[in-house]
Ligand binder design. Sequence first.
Ligand code: 4AD
Ligand code: MG
Length: 498
Amino acid sequence: MIYINKLSEHVDEEVTLKGWVYNYRSSKNLYFLELRDGSGICQCVVSKDDVSEDTWEAADTLRQESSLEVTGKVVEDERSIGGYELQVSDINVIQVAEDYPITPKEHGVEFLMENRHLWLRSQKQWAAMRVRNEIIYAIHTFFQERGFVQMDAPIFTGNAAEGTTNLFETEYFDEKAYLTQSGQLYGEAMAMAHGLIYTFGPTFRAEKSKTRRHLTEFWMIEPEMAFYDLNMDMDLAEDFIKFIVKQVVERRSEELEILERDTENLEKTISDDFPRISYSEAVETLKSEETAQMLDEMAESRKQERKELMEEREEIEKEHGSAKKWRKAQIDQRIKEIAGRVDQIEEDLRNIPTWKQSALNFEWGEDFGGSDETILTMKYETPIIVHRYPAEIKAFYMKRDPEDNKLALAMDVLAPEGYGEIIGGSEREDSLEVLKKRIKGHNLPEDVFSWYTDLRKYGTVPHSGFGLGLERTVAWLCGISHVRETIPFPRMMGRLTP
Ligand code: 4AD
Ligand code: MG
């Protein structure tokens, strides 16, 4: 089998490609077929004069997503997508597809979600899944190269790890079980056996709010390290993110281009240190005059941008009437882009006053909301690490700061450009006595945690870890605004199919 992404090895050879019709257009004597085979897209040109009558007729029956084999000569062509073109000599149609529901015209996102099983074939979706795959590859490479052992935590659990408000409960014979919210507690047990471990698995949270950052089923990568303190934890998280971003930028430039991802911030993420600020410093930043001013300036520049876009639209609309066919298509495309951008700007302009209010009124002790995270990262091009949160808003297993008992030795990595928290982690409480007190204090059932407290009885050591949300990482690297497009089949409130 020869795949489109390997055509450079077959220039001037005759090859057979197998795939689906992504797009087609025809004229009297030429038929242009964009074939996709999963590895890429290749323009195949059928010339009436060069093929048999059967082949020409076969080409004529093809519709979007029809499946086929195409034979022809590979020629280099810079103008062609992928840089190569196939001069067709023969076509073998496998199936002429029925009318395909996803056409090149704009579709609403609900329609596309209903057709997720087909939408996955579209180019941007294809590119996002390739980036996701690269991230997964980078994650394993990073940990394996550093001597971490990948171990699996169970999915049915008898206890909550991350609070009891968003647990999915299910029957388990005569007992109740919960779908795991995090592999961490098991990860701690495994780290006491192997030193350095990471889990990589699905996690579940009954998130009842619809946001662009929350799924009910998402994948989390959780390293856990014996003898690591909070600083070592933050260092590892930073190295880890840099490693992933570097690999994606180096190896998935084609996909990032398809996604129209501006990689400037990603380059900075690879080269620059991540600023580390304490929660208390972050709160001061939020409430500062400087932040209020920054938001005002943001609103002003959005308004200016909107004005310029509207002017551009007026200009090209005037041109439309007398434009040639190709130029009309170009104008239509640009008008669509402008409309999309203006929608975004309108949304920002609606949001900014609310963001400003909630930042100014923020009280020490509260948890950051999405907009607070957006504001905190706005000044930076790399992710930032916020550490030492109020213990009250963090999980029971986190160790308190010996310098200030109100604080937990916690850290979050916040991605720039409005993506927000991608990593949450901490140093863990290692004293048996204190941990038991915390379990009680959080009203958690002591008996189901007895195996976990055992870890503090038999050779307890300082240890730390963190969890990276895979889908949020994919969203950030791809520049996709909503996590529903970062996983093949998203699960959210109100979405269980396809
Ligand atoms: O901050 P969280 O809740 O941390 C933990 O679960 C710890 N047990 C991790 C650890 O220390 N081993 O979640 C970790 C990350 C978040 O930063 C976010 O990226 C992602 O998981 N995440 C979600 N992603 C998509 N949808 C949701 N509903 C998510 N909830 C958390
Ligand atoms: Mg968190």
